[in-house]
Each structure stands twice: as structure tokens, then as C-alpha cells.
Design a protein around this ligand. Structure first.
Ligand code: PBG
Ligand code: ZN
Length: 320
């Protein structure tokens, strides 16, 4: 008789036949940078995550280095917002300054810059608006390219456009190449869904749209085939890394993408997924180990890189 239990009988044999391991090497931690001084302020919708001013950034970067977390992804929250999101491509904008500071003080930390406009526009949409309120795709491409170039000039290690405009990878690739940044990789948020799981992030990043929603650019949660088409488009345009976002409600697509495409695959375990689990554990309704179980599932489904707000928690757990 087949007895699966034979190989489950001790911790040693369970470990020997374990198929998937997730390690600190796989993790990317999101960091929110704000203007001002001496700010380390907890984000109410995302407990144990903080807004940092530039001068307090080294604390969290040092923590990442000490924990062995190889990479961070930066989000900026500017004081000034306008219809062109001009702070997003300001050479002295908040993210550009953060990149310069981190690469100088922590050269070993791999810094990814999220490229989008929603934190920088006064209307909170991810691009340039037409008079009727729709986002003008091709006009937006010019701005995304400017943002990516300004990050490149500041010394970023990778750019990650999260806007969901058509042709964004190609536009950014061309601009980077024309300016000599042929070696700077692009990670496309390739299949990014119009998801309710972004709720806590939008509060954290002050990036909720002031009217309407993002459904005319982010994907319909019902569409899996279209997700593959979006990923293919990003690959054809030259994406070095592809992404599925959010993670948990879209694990079928993580698996499919990992089997279909040979590109490195990133999965974004988003803010709502974080806060949901955090609160359940905090309230004692689930054991803390549910967090590791959840992140493991992303790896098992085929993720290579994992962006997660649990990165420091996991790294601490594995270190002890
Ligand atoms: C900006 C952006 C968002 C997230 C990452 N980049 C929010 C959005 O699209 O509304 C979500 C991240 C998260 O929820 O953790 N385009
Ligand atoms: Zn956006």
C-alpha cells in the first residue's frame, strides 16, 4: 500500500523531502519615503510599517542589511502634487534623493524604484488625464520615461513601472537605452489587477483616485487569459522581470506564468493581504506560522522574487 505517512514520520525526513523552500534571498521589502525631518510614523492601515523621512531612512536600511534582506522597493509621497505629477521626475524629488542616499550609504542593498504617477498627481490617477477624465496612454508614456530616467540618474538598480499603460516597457527601455542606461533592468508590473487588496496601500501612499477607479487601466480580476497576454506584451517590449499582483487571489496565474515564461517572475504580496493576515494573527484567531505558510505558497506556485511587507518579520524568524 502507498503510505504517504512514511516520509512524514520525523522532522528530519520531512525536511529531506521538502520540495519548496523560501528564503530571505527571495524577499523584497517596500519602503515609503516622505518629506520632512525626523519622521518615522507608523502607517495606521499597515501596522509595523512606517513612513520615513530621508534622515531616518538609514535605520530601516541598516535593519534590512542586518537581516540579510537583499532588496527594497521605494515609494515616494511628495508634499506637492499637480496634474503632471511633476515631483515624480524632479531630479531632487523625494525618491531620487532617497536612491542617492541609500546607494551611497548601503551600496550592497539592491534598490528598486516603483515608477508610477498616482502618488504624485493631484487627482490620484496613474497618468495624465484628458479633459473627460480618462487617462491618456501615450502622453503618460512620456512622463513614465522621464520618471524612470530620473531614477536611473540617481543610481537606482532596477525600475518597476506599476502604471499598467500599454507600451510602457518599450517606452522606458528606449529612453534608458538612449541615455546610456542599457544595463538597467526593468521589472514590469505585467499583470496587475484592479484590486480591492490595495486599500491599505492607498491610505499609506495617499494615492487613492479622487474620482472614479483604475478599471480602465488595471486588469479585470476575472481575466486569466488576458493576464498572459499582458505578460507577453511586457516580455516582447523587453521586460527583464515580470510580475503578477496581487498574490493570493491570483496564484493560478502565478503558476501559469511560471510554467509559460522563462523570465524571472515576481509576485507582490500586497498591502491588503498583509493587513488581513496581520490582524488575524494579532487577534489570536490564527497562529503566527500562517504567515510563513502563506509566503511559501507563492514560492510553490512558481514565484522567484517576492515583494512582501512581511519580509522583516520572516527574516527575523529564520535568523533565530
Ligand atoms: C501604484 C501602486 C499601487 C500598489 C503598488 N504600486 C496601488 C495602486 O495601484 O492603486 C499597491 C501595493 C500594495 O497594495 O501593497 N500604482
Ligand atoms: Zn499608480
Amino acid at each position: 500500500m502507498y503510505r504517504g505517512r512514511r516520509l512524514r514520520s520525523s522532522a528530519t525526513i520531512r525536511s529531506m523531502v521538502r520540495e519548496t523552500r523560501v528564503s530571505v534571498q527571495d524577499l523584497i521589502y517596500p519602503i515609503f519615503v516622505v518629506e520632512g525631518e525626523n519622521i518615522k510614523e507608523e502607517i495606521s492601515s499597515m501596522p509595523e510599517n512606517y513612513h520615513y523621512s530621508l534622515d531616518r531612512l538609514p535605520e530601516v536600511c541598516q535593519e534590512m542589511v542586518d537581516l540579510g534582506i537583499p532588496s527594497i522597493i521605494l515609494f515616494g509621497i511628495p508634499d506637492h502634487k499637480d496634474c503632471h505629477g511633476s515631483e515624480a521626475y524632479n531630479e531632487n524629488g523625494i525618491v531620487q534623493q532617497a536612491i542617492r542616499k541609500i546607494k551611497k550609504e548601503f551600496p550592497e542593498l539592491y534598490v528598486i524604484g516603483d515608477v508610477c504617477m498616482c502618488e504624485y498627481t493631484d487627482h490620484g490617477h496613474c497618468g495624465i488625464l484628458e479633459e473627460d477624465g480618462t487617462v491618456n496612454n501615450d502622453e503618460t508614456l512620456k512622463y513614465l520615461s522621464k520618471i524612470a530616467l530620473s531614477y536611473a540618474r540617481a543610481g537606482v538598480d532596477m525600475v518597476a513601472p506599476s502604471d499598467m499603460m500599454d507600451g510602457h516597457i518599450e517606452a522606458i527601455r528606449n529612453t534608458l537605452d538612449e541615455n546610456g542606461y542599457t544595463m538597467l533592468p526593468i521589472m514590469g508590473y505585467s499583470a496587475k489587477f484592479a484590486s480591492n487588496y490595495y486599500g491599505p496601500f492607498r491610505e499609506a501612499a495617499h494615492s487613492a483616485p479622487s474620482f472614479g477607479d483604475r478599471k480602465s487601466y488595471q486588469m479585470d480580476p476575472a481575466n486569466g487569459k488576458e493576464a498572459m497576454r499582458e505578460i507577453e506584451a511586457d516580455i516582447q517590449e523587453g521586460a527583464d522581470v515580470i510580475m503578477v499582483k496581487p498574490a493570493l487571489a491570483y496564484l493560478d496565474l502565478v503558476k501559469e506564468a511560471s510554467q509559460k515564461y522563462s523570465q524571472s517572475l515576481c509576485v507582490y504580496n500586497v498591502s491588503g493581504e498583509y493587513t488581513m493576515l496581520y490582524m488575524a494573527v494579532k487577534n489570536g484567531w490564527m497562529k503566527e506560522d500562517v504567515i510563513e505558510e502563506t509566503i511559501l505558497s507563492l514560492k510553490r506556485a512558481g514565484a522567484d522574487l517576492i515583494i512582501t511587507y512581511f519580509a522583516p518579520y520572516l527574516a527575523r524568524k529564520w535568523k533565530s
